[in-house]
Design a protein around this ligand. Structure first.
Ligand code: ADP
Length: 372
């Protein structure tokens, strides 16, 4: 520092002591000269355990052993690897655990001695957040893929059912005619067409029931946690569309016996529908409530601030292929109902007291379950 006197010195000390980032100064033998309070928090060592010792005590293997060599190489060759650049490295805490940190190193002279000043930023929070975000994206992809598969299968089954039925009808007519005309070859061909058409119909039926009503993989589960996770998934889409999602839960919610992925699929679907419905609404809020209206079941309600359900479709909302959206498939709510009913539950829709739609789901309480 330039200038002199106690004033400068105490300012310098205060700056170092109050810095949010770790600040460390080492000499050309890698011995620690300065180690601030932020470093104490990061590494778990007190200053007097570190000052005067080799900085490599704060590094995990293999850097612990290699560091002296790095310093010596730099002093001999002037070749910079980290000095003046900064990079992500690992730190080693007093308890032996390691954490990711950004280290930038500057070089200077202090009373004729070469010193290195390191500034350290803890990256563990950021990395944990990035990891969680990636996990969420993978989960989201998984949940939406299941929904897409269900939609495609349901759509295909429906679309193909009509032409298959028509083929079967024509085949039967052909069969009758060839029978009347005693054309056995033709009769045999029509019989085979009929058999193969029936087989195609069965494949479509099996596919649909496999996707929609597959035996769920159920376990006793905490419904609030399940809803919270679904909200995190829903938020990925909702926040981009200016929609906020809030959750309220009653005090003690008993466990339910559910296939967590399937129930999340239902909830993500309801959130997506709510966001679609609020596209043109000035207020875009989804309020999710988890309650126990009776000791036998828990109720999850998903309310939005959209226009509410169009009266013309209110009583057939859960029927397949009913949609008011351009490019909509109209099978989302139908799949939701299949899933909820397979869980022994019930799903229905109401108009909200202040407008908007409210979807409610009742799920039976797990028989021997209180929350863990
Ligand atoms: P899709 O989303 O493909 O239209 P769904 O079965 O999920 O299929 O929904 C069927 C219809 O129900 C929608 O097209 C919409 O008209 C209506 N709907 C669903 N959710 C809401 C809601 N939150 N508010 C108003 N209408 C809704």
């Amino acid at each position: 520092m330039r200038g002199n006197g106690d004033k400068d010195h105490s300012l310098f000390e205060a700056l170092i002591a109050t810095a949010v980032d770790g600040i460390m100064v080492i000499d050309d033998k890698a011995n620690v000269l300065v180690y601030n309070a932020a470093c104490e928090r990061l590494f778990g060592y007190e200053a007097d355990e570190v000052v005067g010792r080799n900085v490599n005590m704060l590094m995990p293997a293999p850097y612990h052993d290699a560091h002296d060599g790095y310093v010596a190489r730099y002093l001999a060759t002037g070749e910079k690897h980290i000095i003046g650049i900064g990079r992500e490295v690992s730190g080693r805490r007093k308890d032996g655990s390691t954490f990711p940190m950004n280290l930038s190193v500057g070089e200077g002279l202090l009373r004729g001695r070469r010193i290195f000043v390191g500034i350290i930023t803890d990256l563990s929070d950021r990395q944990a957040r990035e990891r969680r975000f990636q996990e969420l994206q993978t989960e989201m992809w998984h949940v939406s893929r299941l929904t897409d598969m269900g939609q495609v299968a349901a759509g295909l089954a429906h679309e193909l059912n009509q032409p298959l039925t028509a083929i079967l009808n024509y085949t039967n007519t052909g069969l009758d005619i060839s029978h009347e005309q005693k054309d056995e070859d033709l009769e045999s061909i029509f019989t085979k067409i009929g058999e193969q058409t029936a087989r195609a119909g069965n494949i479509m039926r099996r596919l649909r029931s496999f996707i929609e009503k597959r035996e769920p993989n159920r376990t006793e589960d905490n419904i609030v946690r399940t809803v919270e996770e679904a909200i995190r998934l829903g938020m990925l889409d909702a926040s981009e569309r200016g929609v906020s999602i809030r959750l309220k839960t009653a005090a003690a919610i008993p466990n339910v016996f559910i296939d967590r992925i399937q129930i999340q699929q239902v909830l993500v679907n309801l959130m997506k529908n709510a966001a679609d419905a609020m596209e043109k609404s000035p207020r875009r809020e989804i309020n999710i409530l988890v309650t126990t209206p009776s000791p036998d079941f828990v109720q999850i309600s998903v309310a939005d601030t959209g226009p509410g359900i169009a009266p013309a479709i209110a009583d057939k909302l859960f029927q397949p292929f009913l949609t008011t959206k351009q490019g909509g498939m109209g099978v989302g709510l139908n799949i939701c109902r299949s899933i909820v009913e397979a869980h022994g539950g019930r799903i229905w829709a109401e108009q909200g007291p202040e407008g908007g739609a409210v979807f409610r789901i009742n799920l039976p309480v797990a028989t021997d379950g209180e929350s863990p």
